[in-house]
Design a binder for this molecule. Structure first.
Ligand SMILES: *Cc1c(COP(=O)(O)O)cnc(C)c1O
Length: 410
């Protein structure tokens, strides 16, 4: 970046080099969070490990005051390594006040919710939400006296009819987990804002590259960074990025619960972020190629991929999204769980395992759980994460899986 850290003029240039919101996102991904006072000229912000921070004298200790944001204070509040990744994620969402990091995506979801809700409140939760988010509502929120009301992911502006006296917030996840319904986020946000509700979005599937959440009026946008930010299946990490009027509450809640992440994990998150744009472009292309091929197969009734017309809310994806990631599902024509297992077991390039967003392809059975409305599925689902391998190799592998499915069915 041509940064000269010891020169005041150079310092300013360095801070704006990759840090310029007017530059396009791929450029920002390369430079974001690389402040010269944190890098000291090294390309990547190093791993600053700390619990104790030593102060020069008592006056210096007293001078830190209450605002510890981006100031060395105590390890729990982070060091430049964590601040750098958080800053970079904030920069990807113009209008945001700040980002905090969490030890997992689930921790990010739960802290975002707890920063908004109080006993007696009601939460409107999308019915296609991630399983552990549903579980948190059913257990922890319930014991805190917070009720959850599930709404159909296709509800759009109709959400207005569900808003009552006690409703405090609307949680969205678009597309939804396992079934990939794309939500009408602008319509839901408009209805929520009209009634003074807080809006939250789990944006893990799209990331800010494919769906800019703040630009769509979201107050708290959540990423399971474990997925595409880290991108290499080796770190657990989450983030919440807040609009200005939610930032103080998010910080107070997060600090109160003692949430923090290790600098090593933040370092790997930042390292993954630098290549997220090129990886997502490949996930987009590969995913679509595989999805289109699957849609032509006689064993497949539907492909639930937001960029294909069979997916609920496909037209909203066309309207609002800049791309599709590598995660989608397909529905089998007949077959039971054993026969579905035969399909997945026959795959050689698709690993069998939880999570997604790494460089490698994965396949798991997907069985949606619903509260608001029954999932209208004609057959069993298989969820794929299409990785960075050659798409034709993946297609050949899936052809082998479908052959095993046919054989198992007899
Ligand atoms: C994986 C996932 C999470 C949770 O992330 P972890 O880092 O695994 O805790 C949250 N939301 C969505 C949509 C996810 O897919």
């Amino acid at each position: 970046m041509g940064c000269r850290p010891r020169d005041a003029e150079g310092d300013r240039r360095c801070m704006t080099d990759g840090n310029d919101a007017k530059r396009r996102l791929p450029t920002q991904l390369v430079g974001a969070g690389r402040r010269s006072e944190w890098t000291q000229g090294i390309v990547n912000v190093p791993v600053w490990r700390a619990s104790t921070i030593l102060y020069e004298d008592m006056a210096a200790m007293g001078a830190v005051g209450d605002d510890t944001h981006h100031r060395l204070y105590y390890g729990r509040r982070g060091t430049p390594t964590q601040w750098s990744l958080a800053d970079a994620l904030t920069q990807l969402e113009p209008g945001a006040a700040g980002t905090l990091l969490y030890p997992s995506g689930v921790a990010a979801v739960t802290m975002a919710l707890l920063s908004v809700l109080a006993p007696g409140d009601e939460l409107l939760m999308v019915d296609s939400t991630y399983g552990p988010t549903r579980a948190f509502c059913a257990r922890q929120l319930k014991t805190f006296g917070i009720t959850t009301r599930y709404y159909d992911p296709t509800i759009g502006a109709g959400i207005a009819e569900l808003i009552g006296e006690r409703t405090r917030a609307v949680f969205m996840e678009s597309p939804g987990s396992l079934t990939f319904e794309v939500q009408d986020v602008p319509a839901i946000v408009a209805a929520a804002k009209a009634r003074g509700l807080v809006t939250l979005l789990d944006n893990t599937w799209a990331t800010p590259l494919f769906f800019p959440a703040m630009a769509h009026g979201i107050d708290l946008t959540i990423l399971a960074c474990t997925k595409y930010v880290v991108g290499h299946s080796d770190v657990m990490l989450g983030s919440v990025t807040a609009a200005p009027d939610r930032w103080e509450n998010l910080r107070a809640t997060t600090y109160g619960f003692g949430q923090c992440v290790s600098p090593d994990d933040a370092y790997l998150g930042a390292r993954g972020l630098r290549t997220m744009d090129v990886r997502l472009a490949r996930h987009h292309d590969n995913g679509l190629k595989v999805a289109r091929w699957l849609a032509e197969q006689p064993e497949v009734t539907r492909v639930l991929h937001p960029a294909l017309p069979d997916c609920l809310g496909h037209e909203l994806w066309v309207r609002d999204f800049k791309g599709a990631s590598g995660l989608f599902a397909f529905e089998l024509d007949g077959g039971d769980e054993t026969e579905r297992a035969a399909l997945i077991d026959a795959l050689e390039l698709f690993g069998i395992g939880y999570s997604w967003g790494g460089f490698e392809s994965l396949a798991v059975p997907a069985d949606p759980v619903r509260t608001a409305a029954k999932w209208e599925g004609a057959g069993l689902l298989v969820r794929l994460h299409v990785g960075l391998e050659d798409a034709d190799d993946l297609i050949a592998d899936l052809a082998g899986g479908l052959a095993a499915f046919r054989t198992a069915r007899g």
